[in-house]
Ligand binder design. Sequence first.
Ligand code: HEC
Length: 224
Amino acid sequence: MNQEITKNRTWCCIGLMTIAVAAACSSDDEPAPASSPVGAAGAPATGVTTLQVNAQTPPVTGKDDIEAWLAKGDYKEWTCEKEPHNAKSPSPHGVNRVCSNLLVAQYKGQLADERPIGSASVKEIWDAAGEVIEGYAVEVKTQATSSGGASWYWYDRVAGNNVVADGFGDTGSAKSICVGCHIASGTDAEHITSEYSRDYIYTQVTQLECLNKYRNLLLGLRVT
Ligand code: HEC
């Protein structure tokens, strides 16, 4: 009898935790509205954006700003992969963990559809042993249309403070390296690393992945 009560209490407790977890993984927070993508002079301009920087939206104004924003750790509250893993082909990123902001995590578009302006992903780049974060890669969509990758901001800093890319995808290494490969995301079986691999994002971390993380935690707590 007592055992029965204890068991019921445990399940009740687990039930309450489940509700809390569902809330933690929920998509109630509305993605921050993006302001209109116009340049300083009011004309549409590639590489110029009025996206407001906030917990969901990294700055697109260069290394110092993005590193300061990353150090605050807001992206860790996004929908993130459970743990670092080896690069998924054709990725050159090494051991990594991807976090998707709300606009990316909730995206359900078709292959040819555009992701919304403000879509952003952060990739933690880990050492080979998966113990220490050595760098970051970031991509942010700053206009309503991807325009061949030009409207995405690309940042990549690897071990040794080596900046591989820092800029918009219409020029330099952002274009030749990052866009050169991300443009293929979702286009064929070789270029799919998750459901909704498309529009320059390879790995879209979904709410489900977030829930799974806590489900495993709860299963670990269950009494037998
Ligand atoms: C040869 C292909 C390739 C190149 C070059 C490449 N990436 Fe990636 N990238 C991937 C793949 C595949 C993934 C997802 C899986 C993984 O990394 O394990 C990814 C993931 C990412 C992610 C996480 C969001 C997403 O799209 O999945 C970011 C951010 C990112 N890359 C940024 C960059 C930047 C910045 C550059 C340029 C310096 C770059 N990448 C160059 C293939 C590439």
